[in-house]
Design a protein around this ligand. Structure first.
Ligand SMILES: C[S@@+](CC[C@H](N)C(=O)[O-])C[C@H]1O[C@@H](n2cnc3c(N)ncnc32)[C@H](O)[C@@H]1O
Length: 214
């Protein structure tokens, strides 16, 4: 049976990997994609896109791309940015591993954010985790020298794995994340998951690493 194409009502705020193939020659060439040469930040597994939405409003001279494999969630995020016709925010529906391995030029990204990646609690499912050593290598290849990787999670064990990978990676150096602060209102959180976990009283583990010079 032919695959039903995704609805196009949210274009260009929500695009899928096939759109990048057909409309952008399979490449996320940032000046073509965003129509400017501003710095680019990627939100991996952006969910409903709170980070992409807020950060693109706070930093109009930076471009933000959320990548989300769950189209329903990604489209929710895209609706918010469509309402405000944000030129510097887009959500891409699809697997980050495809985008990272096939579509993005080396040393073209200023920051990568990985907030609350799925922990896949069962040991036999752990290999489905997004953050593994290959992913760290992709980040090292795609980030500009001096670019940053941010990762937060409430899962202490997963944070231990991420920190060990990043702290021992020869192309990254650990940095101090900004000081913690109280949220001013219900939207004043990095992501929807952060809001939920903080309000439920969980500790949030926050990591920040800088890509070394070439
Ligand atoms: C726990 S949620 C966190 C969402 C958001 N970052 C937040 O903090 O609110 C993890 C998200 O990663 C997405 N995800 C998992 N694997 C992915 C992949 N390979 N590519 C893109 N998104 C992925 C899931 O669909 C889910 O929306």
């Amino acid at each position: 049976m032919p695959k039903t194409p995704p609805p196009t009502d949210l274009k260009p705020y929500f695009l899928v990997l096939d759109d990048i193939e057909s409309e952008y020659d399979g490449k996320l060439d940032w000046p073509v994609f965003f129509g400017n040469d501003h710095p680019v930040e990627i939100d991996v597994g952006c969910g409903r896109g709170l980070f992409t939405f807020r950060a693109s409003g706070m930093h109009p001279k930076r471009n933000f791309l959320g990548i989300e494999i769950d189209f329903k969630e990604g489209r929710r995020g895209a609706r918010r940015i469509q309402k405000q016709e944000r030129p510097n925010a887009r959500i891409l529906g699809g697997d980050v591993n495809v985008a990272f391995t096939q579509m993005i030029a080396p040393h073209s990204v200023d920051a990568i954010h990985v907030y609350f990646p799925d922990p896949w609690w069962k040991r036999k499912h752990r290999r489905r985790r997004v953050f593994n050593d290959e992913f760290a290598d992709h980040c090292a290849r795609l980030l500009k020298p001096g670019g940053h990787l941010h990762s937060w999670t409430d899962v202490e064990e997963y944070f231990g794995v991420i920190s060990a990978l990043m702290n021992h990676h020869p192309l990254f150096a650990a940095c101090e994340p900004p000081a913690e602060r109280e949220a001013d209102d219900d939207m004043d959180y990095q992501t929807s998951f952060e809001r939920k976990k903080r309000q439920d009283g969980w500790t949030i583990h926050r990591g920040l690493w800088q890509r070394n010079p070439l």
